[in-house]
Design a protein around this ligand. Structure first.
Ligand code: ZN
Length: 160
């Protein structure tokens, strides 16, 4: 069986940035499991997995456009401190949830001022070229329900 649309794929990965620093790895936990063809993982990685079989190992380097996107300066916003709970206690780097027109968004604190807090809603990995070391561990057919829902159920997936 090969990786294609409507397959549920499990894989281990180690993610490194352009400086070769390891950012995260599934090696000490369960492999990542996703429904292929449902935009559950970044496009560059999904593309690289097409046609692979269980046991395949490979390395792929992905540009920001096919990963978490470019950093957008417009995603850094100045918010009145009174709109953020416990704003005085925030520190740079901390994650906060901010309300936007598109619903709540995770953002990291850039600067805490007396009246305002600057937050950055860019994904922490945006603007970065990422290298994944991948090992495909399992492939199975998705169930009809998984295809309808657009995600995996059961082990490694959504429980509901
Ligand atoms: Zn579901």
């Amino acid at each position: 069986m090969i990786v294609a649309d409507r397959k549920v794929v499990s894989f281990h990965y180690t993610l490194s940035n352009a400086q070769g620093e390891e950012l995260e790895s599934t090696r000490d936990r369960q492999p990542m499991t996703y429904l292929h063809g449902a935009r559950n993982i970044i496009p560059g990685l999904e593309k690289a997995l097409v046609g692979k079989v269980a046991g395949d190992r490979f390395q792929v380097t992905i540009e920001p456009a096919d990963a978490y996107g470019e950093r957008r300066p417009g995603n850094i916003q100045r918010i009145p401190a009174k709109h953020i709970r416990d704003a005085k206690r925030l520190e740079p780097g901390q994650l906060v949830s901010i309300r936007t027109r598109r619903g709540p968004v995770q953002a990291s604190v850039v600067k805490v001022g007396r009246f305002n807090v600057d937050v950055d809603a860019n994904h922490p990995l945006s603007g970065q070229t990422l290298t994944f070391e991948v090992e495909v561990t399992a492939i199975r057919d998705a169930t009809g329900e998984e295809i309808t829902h657009g995600h995996v159920h059961g082990a490694g997936g959504v429980q509901h």
